[in-house]
Design a protein around this ligand. Structure first.
Ligand code: EPU
Length: 301
């Protein structure tokens, strides 16, 4: 890789050698050698254009809540630091990709806007939620998405209405080098008491089924069509399986937790063992739901 990076990149606010343990909720991973943190859309655009021009492979980090990093990463990593104010226009609400996802859900509730209650416990950034089409309890972001803004892989800024196929189960068109910049939600007029009651009901459900007190990255594997990955892992007897400080949560089979000192290698090993056992017991190949960033020698098979 070419070092130092070209001037247009170096002009963007950046930090060196930031541990991924501080950038992800799971708290593992090596070093992020180059973390670029644009504070404006124009800087984000300059980043993507410079990388595209130089042919530099790079990645986008959101809130780090759905990410397992294995080892050190030498390439540039983009983390947006865009302004976080919300703009309301009737039943529509506009937010930047840097806004906290849970905070956005809480803000809609406070404004008496209904429709985003499902997201009240989904951590990460709005950009990450767009990238993954985050969802829970039968609802997902695309259900309330009026418009979204992003940069193409060449750095062109696009704002558009979502079209069928652009957002699916835990997947969106915003992968493959595109960068989510922000969104406009279309919500419904709601009764604040009913919204609060729904948020409370979801909080209770999550509290009884998910290991919220431990470092985790949410669900690790996607649910195969018509099946529950958590139940498959549970039925395969894997709850409590441990590699060092990495453990299959005894509360929910599809959550892996870090008891404190787990390493990236331990998570890689635990994920591989879970996949192998589920394949053996159920004949089902689980597909990771979390994003995995790995140096080539650490890719999980
Ligand atoms: N189950 C078990 N054992 C387990 C876990 C679950 O038997 O260890 C059973 C449950 O009893 C239930 C079924 O499996 O009958 C489904 O479990 P749950 O309601 O917990 O939902 P899930 O399918 O495991 C999905 C999402 C979650 C989301 C919840 C609630 C995926 C991969 N997971 O979990 O999203 O919070 O529904 O809507 O789609 C995430 O994406 O990171 C995530 C946590």
């Amino acid at each position: 890789m070419a070092f130092p990076f070209p001037d247009p990149l170096m002009a963007i606010p950046h930090r060196r050698d930031v541990p991924f343990s501080r950038l992800t909720t799971l708290g593992v991973g090596g070093c992020c050698r180059w973390l670029f943190e644009p504070v404006t859309e124009a800087q984000a655009q300059a980043f993507v254009r410079a990388c595209a021009r130089e042919g530099l492979p790079w990645r986008t980090l959101g809130g780090g809540s759905n990410l397992v990093v294995l080892g050190d990463l030498e390439g540039p990593v983009l983390r947006l630091r865009l302004p976080q104010e919300l703009k309301r226009d009737g039943l529509e609400l506009q937010a930047s990709a840097s806004h906290g996802h849970i905070r956005l859900s809480a803000a809609t509730a406070e404004l008496g806007l209904a429709g985003m209650e499902y997201a009240s416990g989904i951590p990460g950034s709005v950009g990450g939620a767009m990238h993954m089409n985050a969802g829970a309890y039968g609802r997902e972001l695309v259900d309330i998405l009026a418009r979204y803004r992003f940069l193409t892989e060449d750095g062109e800024l696009v704002e558009k209405v979502p079209e069928p196929g652009e957002f699916r189960y835990r997947w969106s068109v915003l992968g493959g080098g595109r960068v989510a910049l922000g969104l406009t939600l279309r919500l419904a007029a709601g009764d604040p008491a009913r919204i609060r009651a729904l948020v409370e009901e979801y909080r209770r459900k999550r509290g009884t089924s998910q290991p919220l007190g431990k470092r985790n990255a949410g669900c690790i594997f996607k649910n195969p069509p018509g099946l529950s990955a958590g139940r498959l892992i549970d039925q395969a007897g894997l709850k409590g399986l441990r590699v060092g400080d990495a453990e299959v949560s005894p509360e929910h089979g599809n959550f892996l937790v870090n008891h404190g000192q787990a390493t990236a290698a331990q998570f890689a090993e635990l994920m591989a063992r879970v996949r192998a056992k589920v394949r053996e017991v159920h004949g089902v190949d689980l597909e990771p739901e979390v994003e995995i960033w790995a140096a080539p020698e650490q890719i999980i098979r």
